[in-house]
Design a protein around this ligand. Sequence first.
Ligand code: B12
Length: 265
Amino acid sequence: MAANLQPSLERLAQNIVLLKDAACRRMTKQLLTAGVNPTEVMEVCQQALVEIGKKYESGEYFIAGLIMAGDIMKQIIDMVLPLVEKPEKPPTRGRVLIGTVAGDIHDLGKNMAGAMLTTYGYEVKDLGVDVKPEVFLEEAKTFRPHIVGLSSLMTSGHSFLIQTVQLLRQRLPASDRPVIFISGAMIVENVRKRSGADYVVNNVAETVFLCERLMVSSSKNGLNSNLKDDAGPPIARAKAPPLDPAGDPQKASPPRRPPNPPASG
Ligand code: B12
C-alpha cells in the first residue's frame, strides 16, 4: 500500500474506536476507492475492535459500545466483501464447516471467514451461532467436511470448544477425520492443545492461506480427485503439513494477505 495512505487507515481505526459510524463509512469508501487492499482494511478494523474490547473491560465503554462497534464492523464488511475479486466459476476446493460454539453469539469474524473462503472456491456450510457440540457432530457426519472452523470469542466458550473438538475426534470415523481450526479473540495456544484442535487462526488471511496449504498438501498426496467429488474427505487422510521447519504449525507466519483467488475452471 502507498505510504501516504497509511494515515487514512490509522484515522479509520481511530474513528472506529471513537464509534463514529458515518466517518467510518466515509473513510472506508475512500480507502477502497483509492485501491487499498480490502484485507488490509479488515485487519485494521479487527485491531480497532480489540481496542474497543479493552475499553469495555476497563469500564470506559458499556455494552452499547460493543453493539455500536459490531454495527460499524458489519457496515464495513458489507462494503469490503463485494470488492474481493471472485473467480467466475469457482472450483470446489474442499468443504468447510463453520460455526460459533455454544453460548456465544459473536459472528462477524466467522461470517467474514466464511465469505472469504466461499470466494476462494470452498464449499462452506455455516451453522450460525450458539451451536451445540452435538449439532456440529451431526452436520459433520452428513456434510463430511475437509476442514471444520470453530469460532469462540469468549473465555466461557472454551469448554464448549474443547467438547466440540473432542466429540468430533471421538465420534467421526478415522477415515472422515477433518482438520480442525479454532479462532476468536480469546483463543490461546493452550486451548488448542487442550482441545486437540489442529490450528489456531487469527484472521481471514491466515485462514485462507492455511486452507490453501492443506489442500495443496492433500493434492500432492494424490488425493486431489477426491476433493472434487463426493467421495469423502481426503484431507482427513492427509496429515496436515507443518508450516515451519521445526514442525510446529503454530509458529508459522503466513503472509499478511491471502494469495490470489484460484483461476476459474
Ligand atoms: C463486537 C463485539 C460484540 C457484539 C458482537 C456482534 C456480532 N454480530 O458478532 C455484541 C454486542 C453482540 C457482543 C456481545 C457480547 N460481548 Co462482545 N465483543 C465484541 C468485540 C468488541 C469485537 C468482536 C469482533 O467482531 N471482532 C472483529 C472480528 C472481525 O474479529 P474476530 O472475531 O477476532 O475474527 C477474526 C479471526 O478471529 C478469524 N475468525 C473469527 N471467527 C472465525 C471463524 C472461523 C471458522 C474462522 C476460520 C476464522 C475466524 O477471522 C476473523 C477476521 O479476521 C470483542 C472485542 C475483541 N477483542 O474482539 C468483544 C468481546 C468478544 N465481547 C465480550 C463480551 C464479554 C461480550 C458480552 C458477554 C457482553 C455482555 N455483558 O453481554 C456479550 C456476549 C453475548 C454472547 N453470549 O455471545 C468480551 C469477551 C471477554 C471474555 N474474556 O470472554 C470481549 C473480548 C470484549 C472484552 N475485551 O471484554 N460483543
